[in-house]
Design a protein around this ligand. Structure first.
Ligand code: HEM
Length: 413
């Protein structure tokens, strides 16, 4: 593999400097090395795609596989051994297995089914806001942005309220570990705990089914033999994992950027009908999924004149594609009135067959969170605007989110 300055830089996506401002760095890569060979710590030959057109094409390119069993050596080097038990789900498979696994849960996430959750989501939003201290600094991530999607997804799956905190803790450990031996051990332990937890929960629900998604999936598994037991556990894990961090970080990023762009916030508050479009713009501008999950080339493929050899891993930088000036005018500006910011213009929820299953739910949660928060606390402000945001410095750049979001909801006049 060549070692260009860009390759070195791409390998440094984990450094604190990069984490603070990935957008400037991606802008450089889009011009200098749009398909950039990387040297990630796991050692697999990897290419980073940063342009919008390439990213969109790559997300639905059948030559770029997501079947983890086809790239098992690489997969184990990145994620370790134990994760396989939890990862036997739609996100790590190609058609026809992907189609079968996705079909099982698809109906729970249609816009119509999700819309029926609106009153319950409203209720959760209001009760979380009721519990927030208004006159003193509060970190909005643990107080509001995280509990909302955790409660929603736990309710949907049928995870009892007393287990929510544990779910959040274990998923955080799974997501935030690095490549060192200790980090890997902690990750594997969390995965084993999650596997054991869902296995027990499934046994309990087999005996006493509830009115929840997990009970419905168990019925499908047991009556139609359409899912293996491992696929069932892995699907429950995927929904739990994908269903809360992503949304929590998006709510955090959105609140931070709106408070930092008062004219945009004012436009939104004066025109609540902009909320839908504003959420799309916020996903484009600084969405919570920075990179799509791994793909690998099943044959030689070429993007922007660069050959990606068969067997290489491919990372698609969604955050970069969403700021590509070839696609979006003035991409580094947040503009809640951006013309034509339709749901499918940005790639914040992916594209193609793996397009985010939970997008309707994430959209509704974020829309309600922002509307109710700014309605209720119109004078809300960052607790220390001069301090600047503290972004997550995870060693594995898949999420784009804040480490904390201190605000004062109702500052004194
Ligand atoms: C703001 C919140 C969210 C964002 C930004 C987001 C983003 C994404 C992206 C980019 C992908 C595609 C990954 C790839 O192709 O490699 C994806 C897939 C997925 N998301 Fe989301 N997501 C969000 C919320 C949710 C929620 C709330 C759920 C579930 C309740 C969910 C469930 C899934 C699932 C199951 C997949 C895999 C789909 C497949 O493989 O067919 N996501 N998401």
């Amino acid at each position: 593999m060549t070692t260009t300055p860009e390759a070195v830089a791409a390998a440094e996506r984990c450094t604190p400097e990069f984490r603070r401002d990935p957008h400037a760095f991606y802008a450089h890569l889009r011009t200098a090395a749009p398909v950039c060979p990387m040297r990630p710590p796991h050692g697999n030959e990897t290419y980073l795609i940063t342009r919008y057109d390439d990213a969109r094409a790559a997300l639905s390119d059948p030559r770029l596989s997501k079947d983890m069993y086809g790239a098992m050596d690489a997969y184990r080097r990145i994620f370790g051994d134990s994760s396989v038990a939890l990862d036997d789900n739609m996100l790590n498979s190609d058609a026809p297995k992907h189609t079968r696994l996705r079909r099982m849960v698809n109906s729970a996430f249609t816009p119509r089914r999700v819309e029926a959750l609106r009153p319950r989501i409203e209720e959760i939003v209001q009760s979380l806001l009721d519990a927030c201290p208004a006159r003193e600094p509060v970190d909005l991530l643990p107080a509001f942005a995280f509990p909302l999607p955790i409660i929603v997804i736990c309710d949907l799956l049928g995870v009892p309220p007393e287990d929510r905190a544990r779910m959040q803790h274990l998923s955080t450990t799974v997501a935030q570990t690095g490549f060192g031996a200790e980090a890997k051990r902690a990750q594997q332990q969390a995965e084993e705990d999650l596997h054991a937890y869902f296995t027990h929960l499934i046994t309990a629900k087999r005996e006493r089914p509830g009115d929840d998604l997990l009970s419905a999936l168990i019925a499908v598994r047991d009556h139609d033999d359409a899912l293996t037991e491992n696929e069932l556990v892995s699907t429950a894990f995927l929904l739990m994992f994908a269903g809360h961090k992503t949304t929590a970080y998006l709510i955090g990023n959105a609140v931070h950027h709106l408070l930092s762009h008062p004219a945009q916030l004012r436009a939104l508050r004066e025109n609540p009908e902009l909320t839908r479009a504003a959420v799309e713009e916020l996903v484009r501008y600084d969405g919570s999924v920075e990179s799509a999950t791994f793909r690998y080339a099943t044959e030689d493929v070429e993007y922007s004149g660069t050959l990606i050899p068969k067997g290489a891993l491919v990372q698609i930088a969604i955050s970069s594609a969403n700021r590509d000036p070839q696609k979006f005018d003035s991409p580094d500006e947040l503009d809640v009135m951006r013309p034509g910011n339709a749901q499918d213009a940005h790639l914040g929820f992916g594209h193609g067959s793996h397009y985010c299953l939970g997008a309707p739910l994430a959209r509704l949660e974020t829309q309600l969170a922002l509307t109710r928060l700014f309605d209720r606390f119109p004078r809300m402000a960052l607790a220390d605007p001069a301090a600047g945001p503290r972004w997550l410095e995870v060693p594995f750049p898949a999420f784009r989110g804040l480490a904390e979001l201190p605000v004062v909801l109702d500052p004194a006049e």
